[in-house]
Design a protein around this ligand. Structure first.
Ligand code: BTN
Length: 242
C-alpha cells in the first residue's frame, strides 16, 4: 500500500477521482493537511483545521457500485480502531448509520465513498475519511467532538496508518466472505439499535424503531403501524438520546 501526502488540495476525494480517471489503480491513500473544498455527505461541506485527518484511499475493484458501497461500513469500523488507538474507551465508541463514528454520542468522523467506472475497466473507489483528531466544528444539530478530548492527540500520519491497515483487513475479509462479517461487527457497535429513530429523507420524515441493518446496508425501521421501512439514503436522529 502506498501513502501520499499533500500540504493542500481542494478535496482528497476529488484528487483520488482525478487520479483514477487518469488511470491510477491504487491502492494508495492520499492525505492532505488542509482541504479548500472538502465535501461531506448529502452535498454538505467538510471543513476543519490543520491537525485533523483528511484522507482518501483509492482502490480498483471488480464489482458493482452498490456492492462497493458496503465498504463504507468497513471504513467506519476502521475509524473505530483509530479511536481506540487514540486511547478512547471502546465502550464509548459507537457507529451511527450509515458511516459516522461517535464518541459519547458525538460525531468524531465522517466517511464519504465515491466511485465510478475506471478507464481500464472495473470500478474505481475513493474511500474518503475525515477524523476530528484534535478539534471539531460546533454544530448544534449534529454535536461533534474530537478524539483528543477523550484520549490523546494522534498525529495524522499515525492515525492514517491505523486506518489504512484496519480498512484493508476488513476489505480482504469482505472480498473473501462477503458483507456478513462487516455487518456483524458494525451491528455490534451500532448506535441506537433497538431504539426510536427518526429518519429524515428527501421529502419526508419517518419515525420507527431502528431494528436492523440489511444485507444491502440499508437501515430497517419498524413503524408503529407494523410496517417496515428500509432506508438506504438519508440522515437519522435519535430523539431520546438528546
Ligand atoms: C460526512 O459528511 O460525514 C462525510 C465527511 C467525509 C470527509 C472526508 S475528509 C477527506 C475526504 N475528502 C473530502 O472532500 N471528503 C472526505
Amino acid at each position: 500500500m502506498r501513502f501520499e501526502h499533500l500540504a493542500e488540495t481542494d478535496s482528497t476525494n476529488e484528487e483520488a477521482k482525478r487520479r483514477a480517471l487518469a488511470g491510477e489503480t491504487g491502492p494508495v491513500w492520499i492525505r492532505a493537511d488542509r482541504q479548500t473544498a472538502g465535501r461531506g455527505r448529502r452535498g454538505r461541506r467538510w471543513s476543519g483545521g490543520a491537525g485533523n485527518l483528511y484522507a482518501t484511499g483509492l482502490y480498483r475493484l471488480e464489482t458493482q457500485p452498490a456492492k462497493a458501497a458496503q465498504l463504507s461500513f468497513a471504513a467506519a469500523l476502521a475509524v473505530a480502531d483509530v479511536a481506540a488507538a487514540a486511547g478512547v474507551d471502546p465502550e464509548r465508541i459507537t457507529l451511527k448509520w450509515p458511516n459516522d463514528v461517535l464518541v459519547d454520542g458525538r460525531k468524531t468522523a465522517g466517511v464519504l465513498l465515491e466511485s465510478g467506472n475506471a478507464p481500464g475497466g472495473g470500478l474505481w473507489l475513493g474511500v474518503g475519511v475525515g477524523i476530528n483528531l484534535v478539534d471539531h466544528p460546533e454544530d448544534a444539530e449534529r454535536p461533534a467532538t474530537d478524539l483528543a478530548a477523550h484520549g490523546r492527540a494522534l498525529e495524522p500520519d499515525a492515525a492514517l496508518r491505523v486506518l489504512a491497515d484496519s480498512f484493508d483487513a476488513w476489505r480482504r475479509r469482505w472480498a473473501e466472505h462477503g458483507f456478513a462479517p462487516v455487518r456483524d461487527a458494525w451491528l455490534a457497535r451500532a448506535h441506537g439499535l433497538g431504539g426510536t429513530c427518526v429518519a429524515r429523507l428527501e421529502d419526508e420524515t419517518v419515525e420507527g424503531v431502528f431494528a436492523d441493518l440489511t444485507s444491502e446496508g440499508a437501515l430497517r425501521l419498524d413503524l408503529k403501524d407494523g410496517r417496515r421501512r428500509f432506508i438506504s439514503a438519508g440522515d437519522i436522529f435519535f430523539p431520546s438520546a438528546r
